[in-house]
Design a protein around this ligand. Sequence first.
Ligand SMILES: *Cc1c(COP(=O)(O)O)cnc(C)c1O
Length: 218
Amino acid sequence: MTLQDISARLSAAERAANRAPGSVDLIAVSKVQPDSRVRDVLVEGHRSFGENRVQEAMGKWPGFRDEFAGVTLHLIGPLQTNKARQAVELFDVIHTLDRPKLAQTLARLAQERGQSPDVFIQINTGAEPQKAGILPESADSFIAEVRALNLPLLGLMCIPPVEEDAAQHFEMLAKIAARNDLSGLSMGMSDDFETAVAHGATHIRVGSAIFGARISPH
Ligand SMILES: *Cc1c(COP(=O)(O)O)cnc(C)c1O
């Protein structure tokens, strides 16, 4: 697969779901990929990228940004509170707001800096103990809490359990978003992004299908 193949499949999925062309943001997940592959995708003109570790992103993106204008960088992995400052300085969008303490830290940084990355709240739709995210039953109250802190909240994000049908998780996420008047839905990866688009995804996070297999996945 290449960026072109995935873009074509995304366009077809948008059409099939009666979504406007280009309405879904294709985030190319470049974690652990060699710089040369990331550069190829930048040279092709793509500008939306996702990373899941702050440290790793700090190593490669300032340089790429000097070279390629207009990059939008998304943090899609867990954010430790002690890395929050570095994260807000580097990323345009944080998809993994998953606890009150992090919300408070991001709000404090936003006040101090006079700006903030946009945020998605991560929902643990499968209630998996090992997975980050707000439990579905606590979603409404946490959304209210984040709004009260004046963080620029775009919507909700989920990573469905590997063994389960992703569609039911996408549906649940879309329902929680709809009843809270949130339009952003960050859901869908290499194996299920078309299903996610059918369920209303506004941001899909696609890594291996664009770049090839990761050498050491995380
Ligand atoms: C790695 C990762 C992706 C991309 O996964 P692929 O299966 O390679 O498309 C998407 N979302 C998150 C949160 C990830 O960590």
